[in-house]
Design a protein around this ligand. Structure first.
Ligand code: GDP
Length: 551
């Protein structure tokens, strides 16, 4: 299955180096380097299951594991390590799909907030006897914000009161149009409890993964993310590592976050001891010096010494900068946005909107749409009625978004979370003020415009030869003239020089500026063809904050 990179490398390189869809979101660590492009191979997709509570996420995960993993396995014993893989027959080949075992978008977004992206595809579970619920909408927003494709599993179709068509209709209202209705979203009716149609769901996941360019280079030291970690009384620190590039081997020396490890043993999701783990597979690893954090990245180093040194350095740095990190967060606030815009980082304003009632949500969305967006785009990641919750804060943190609350409160835990994550939460009770602030922030995102500001007008009254050139004896008619600023020399209506004023003298003394009503001598390095009667316009360029042009 070696993928010949040559022809497509260019295309892939673009994908690797410019994660377009993440441009506005938090910086995400790239797992691939340019050097990997030569030896890329396809890797299985890593899937997260999301959806509203009680719609069947856990049942679906268990059911897929049971039906697919137990087959042919001695005893069918599986180990809970935070992720598991299944084998699927697809295109006459056995391929794998890897599932992260923690359902829900909270975990998904919490990881993303730390700068890691582990999920390639999200399965959105919607119960056919219930429909689109608040957490369904949240899950959609979270997947969209991360740029992760969604496959919908319409679950519980075994129930007599199941109405899959109504679910499709409701999802269409959320912008997810089923393929059979001319849209792009794959929707598979399933019964998690009975195990019906799970094969189709898995096939669809493989289909989606085919267009997602999921590649890694197995022939290099491993790199990836910690997905679970804990301290086991008997075994010491235990961490489940998801390999995202390279191959992880027993004996490897690695650094995860600030902890060092020399891998003593690895156990896969089927409970077997293994010697190696390739891209997209998760293994439980023994031999870490401390328990790393879920979401920490890990890297394998060729030398133990180097790995130890890096871990030590990080431990020290982590201690020192824990507070600083919290403060100098990479999050945005309405006021820090313009600085980022000037660095060319941001031309999108990501918003999360929570309001008292759905009516207010619609009204505010309508008003936001009226704001001109030809230069700065407003991206509403989530807009629902309700309190501002901790999950909203982590979505905001993960996506560099600002949270706007209208006539609503912060749920318990949201305020400390916002403070810790450095998320800007703005509360309003007057729509006008809300729009005013947003417009202000968008204007801050526009690059300032350079505009000319007139300083004064000067008349040339005499010309004195100096060395090979000449200087103009002048009289300042109005305003002032300033050295090192710009002048425009006009002879009747023609501009004969436009440039910097290099030398300005008053009574033979070099001066910085001369005001109206005084005489002065003016010289420039680049122009000396002065004529009596020339007019000099003194001016400077200033940058001015632009306002949004209404189209
Ligand atoms: P979660 O909160 O999304 O993880 O949902 P659970 O997996 O815990 O499921 C919630 C309830 O729905 C449980 O009582 C399940 O037995 C039930 N359930 C899940 N899937 C199905 C299904 O396909 N058919 C039926 N009839 N019940 C299901």
């Amino acid at each position: 299955m070696i993928w010949i990179a040559a022809g497509v490398a260019e295309e892939l390189e673009i994908k690797v180096e410019i994660p377009d869809r993440q441009s506005a979101a938090t910086k995400v660590t790239e797992m691939l380097d340019a050097a990997d492009l030569e030896s890329l191979e396809r890797r299985p997709p890593v899937v997260t299951i999301m959806g509203h509570v009680d719609h069947g996420k856990t049942t679906l995960l268990d059911s897929i594991r049971k039906t697919k993993v137990a087959q042919g396995e001695a005893g069918g014993i599986t180990q809970h390590i935070g992720a598991y893989h299944v084998d699927v027959e697809h295109d006459d080949q056995v391929q794998q799909v890897v599932f992260l075992d923690t359902p829900g978008h909270e975990a998904f977004t919490a990881m993303r907030a730390r700068g890691t992206r582990v999920t390639d595809i999200a399965v959105l579970v919607v119960a056919a006897d219930d429909g689109v619920q608040p957490q369904t909408k949240e899950a959609i927003s979270h997947a969209r914000a991360a740029g992760v494709p969604l496959v919908v599993a319409i679950n519980k179709v075994d129930k007599p009161e199941a109405e899959p068509d109504r679910i499709k209709q409701e999802l269409t209202e959320q912008g997810l149009v089923p393929e059979e209705w001319g849209g792009e979203t794959i929707m598979v009716p399933v019964s998690a409890i009975k195990g019906d149609n799970l094969d189709t769901l898995l096939e669809m996941l493989l289909l989606v993964s085919e267009v997602e360019d999921l590649y890694a280079n197995p022939n290099r030291p491993a790199k990836g993310t910690v997905i679970e970690a804990n301290l086991d009384k008997a075994r010491g620190p235990v961490a489940t590592l998801l390999v995202q590039n390279g191959t992880l081997r027993v004996g490897d020396c690695l650094v995860a976050g600030s902890s060092f490890g020399k891998i003593r043993a690895m156990i896969d999701d089927r409970g077997d001891r293994v010697e190696a783990a390739s891209p997209s597979f998760a293994v439980e690893v023994l031999g870490m010096s401390e328990v790393p954090l879920a979401g920490d990245e890990f890297d394998v180093y060729r030398s133990e010494k180097e790995a130890r040194a890096i871990a030590d350095e990080r431990t020290g740095r982590r201690r020192e900068t824990r507070l600083q990190q919290a403060l100098s967060s990479r999050r945005v606030s309405l006021s820090s946005l313009s600085a980022q815009a000037q660095e060319g980082e941001l031309k999108e304003l990501n918003l999360i909107l929570k309001a008292d009632v759905q009516g207010s949500v619609e009204a505010i969305l309508g008003a936001l749409n009226q704001l001109p967006q030809n230069e700065v785009q407003i991206r509403v990641l989530l807009a629902t009625a309700g309190e501002v919750t901790e999950t909203d804060i982590s979505l905001a943190a993960a996506s560099s978004a600002v949270v706007i609350g209208f006539n609503t409160n912060l749920a318990t835990g949201a305020a400390p979370a916002a403070e810790q994550e450095g998320v800007d939460v703005r509360q309003y009770d007057i729509i006008y003020n809300l729009l005013d602030d947003i417009q202000g922030a968008m204007e801050g995102l526009l690059e300032p415009e350079e505009v000319e500001e007139a300083l004064g007008v000067v008349e040339v009254r005499a010309v004195f030869p100096v060395g090979r050139g000449s200087v103009a004896g002048c009289y300042v008619q109005s305003g002032k003239v300033v050295r090192n600023r710009r002048i425009r020399v006009k002879r009747r209506d023609e501009v004969v020089y436009d440039g910097v004023l290099d030398s300005l003298k008053r009574m033979k003394e070099n001066v910085r500026e001369v005001a109206a009503g005084y005489e002065c001598g003016i010289g420039t390095a680049k122009f000396n063809d002065w004529k009596e009667g020339d007019t000099i316009e003194a001016y400077q360029m200033v940058s001015k904050r632009r306002t949004l042009a209404v189209t």
